[in-house]
Design a protein around this ligand. Structure first.
Ligand code: 5GP
Ligand code: MN
Ligand code: MN
Ligand code: MN
Length: 284
C-alpha cells in the first residue's frame, strides 16, 4: 500500500454545492438501476436489505420488506427518540425475518446522543427526567440497550459472515438536532476515526454529490465524508439516508452509494427498501 494520504479540510467545505461542482469534474459519477429485490439469492452470496429514515412510520405500514439475510437501517428510526418510539421500533425489528439487523442512529434519535444537553432535549419536547426514570425502573443505563432486536453501531464495527460493517450517526450541523458536528475540522476529525478496509460503511448523512440533493437543488452532503470514503476508507458500499429526497443508488466506479431513505420529504414511508448482494468471503 502507498503511504497514507494526508486528508485536509476542503476549502469549500461550507459550500458543498460549490465543492461538488469542482470535484465532480475529476471523477466518475453515475446513477445505478436499483437491484431487483425479486432476484433469487445465490448460494455464495449474502443479501443486504437497506432502509433508513423510517421515523416511526414503517411500523404498521404496508411497505413490502423483501427477502434477505441482513437488514441495515441508517438512522432516524424515530421522530424525537421518545421511549415509546424506541419500543415500537424494536418490536417491529424483532418481528422481521432477517438473521441480523444492524442499526445506527440519526439526528432525530435524540436520546441516543450522549452529549445532547437537557436544554436541547427540552426544546424538542423531550424531558430528560422522564427518560432517566424510564431507564432506571428497568435497570437500564442507556436507551441503546432498548434495541434488543438489533446490533447498534455508534463509531463501531461489526463483522457479519466475514463482511466488515462500520456505523456512525454524525452529520453536518442542521437545526441543532442530535449527532450534529460542524463542517470542516470537527467532522473531519470524526471521520478520521473510521477504519480503512471496510466492506460496508453506514452513516446517517450522505457524502457530497451522492444522494445529497435537496428539493431546492442544493448538494448538502459532507465534503469531508466523500474525501475520507474515496481516499482512505474505500468501502464497497456506503449506506446512508437523512436527505430523504436523495433516495436512490449512485456510484463513483468503485463504491456504490445507497441513499436508503424510506420516508419521503413529507415523511410518508413509501420508498422501497434497497437491496444488494455481497459475495461471502472465503472460509465463511
Ligand atoms: P431529517 O429532519 O429527517 O433529518 O431531514 C429531513 C429533511 O430535512 C431532508 O430530507 C432535507 O430536506 C432537510 N435537511 C436535512 N438536513 C439538511 C441540511 O443540512 N441542509 C438542508 N438544506 N436541508 C436539510
Ligand atoms: Mn430523516
Ligand atoms: Mn476494502
Ligand atoms: Mn436525518
Amino acid at each position: 500500500m502507498s503511504g497514507a494520504q494526508e486528508i485536509e479540510v476542503d476549502k469549500d467545505t461550507g459550500n458543498p454545492s460549490k465543492a461538488w461542482e469542482r470535484i465532480r469534474v475529476h471523477q466518475r459519477y453515475y446513477r445505478c438501476d436499483p437491484f431487483p429485490p425479486s432476484t433469487p439469492i445465490a448460494e455464495d452470496k449474502i443479501r443486504f436489505v437497506c432502509i433508513s429514515d423510517t421515523h416511526g412510520k414503517i411500523e404498521g405500514s404496508k411497505l413490502h420488506m423483501p427477502p434477505g439475510d441482513v437488514l441495515l437501517h441508517a438512522g432516524d428510526f424515530t421522530q424525537k427518540g421518545h421511549m415509546n418510539e424506541i419500543q415500537k421500533f424494536n418490536s417491529y425489528l424483532g418481528a422481521l425475518p432477517y438473521k441480523v439487523k444492524v442499526v445506527i442512529a440519526g439526528n432525530h434519535d435524540l436520546t441516543f446522543d450522549d452529549n445532547i444537553t437537557e436544554a436541547s432535549l427540552r426544546t424538542f419536547g423531550v424531558q430528560k427526567s422522564t427518560v432517566e426514570s424510564y431507564l432506571s425502573e428497568r435497570g437500564l443505563k442507556s436507551v441503546k440497550q432498548m434495541l434488543t432486536s438489533a446490533i447498534y453501531l455508534e463509531d463501531s464495527l461489526v463483522t457479519v459472515c466475514g463482511i466488515k460493517i462500520y456505523g456512525a450517526p454524525w452529520q453536518p450541523v442542521f437545526c441543532d438536532w442530535g449527532f450534529n458536528l460542524k463542517r470542516g475540522e470537527d467532522i473531519l476529525k470524526k471521520w478520521q476515526t473510521i477504519p480503512a478496509d471496510l466492506d460496508i460503511l453506514m452513516t446517517h448523512g450522505p457524502p457530497v454529490g451522492h444522494g445529497d440533493l435537496t428539493g431546492g437543488n442544493n448538494n448538502v452532503g459532507c465534503v469531508e465524508l466523500l474525501n475520507i470514503v474515496q481516499k482512505r476508507v474505500k468501502p464497497k458500499f456506503h449506506v446512508f439516508g437523512h436527505i430523504h429526497e436523495g433516495y436512490g443508488v449512485t456510484s463513483d466506479g468503485y463504491t456504490t452509494f445507497i441513499n436508503a431513505s424510506t420516508c419521503t420529504r413529507r415523511y410518508l414511508p413509501t420508498n422501497a427498501p434497497i437491496v444488494f448482494d455481497f459475495i461471502i468471503p472465503e472460509g465463511h
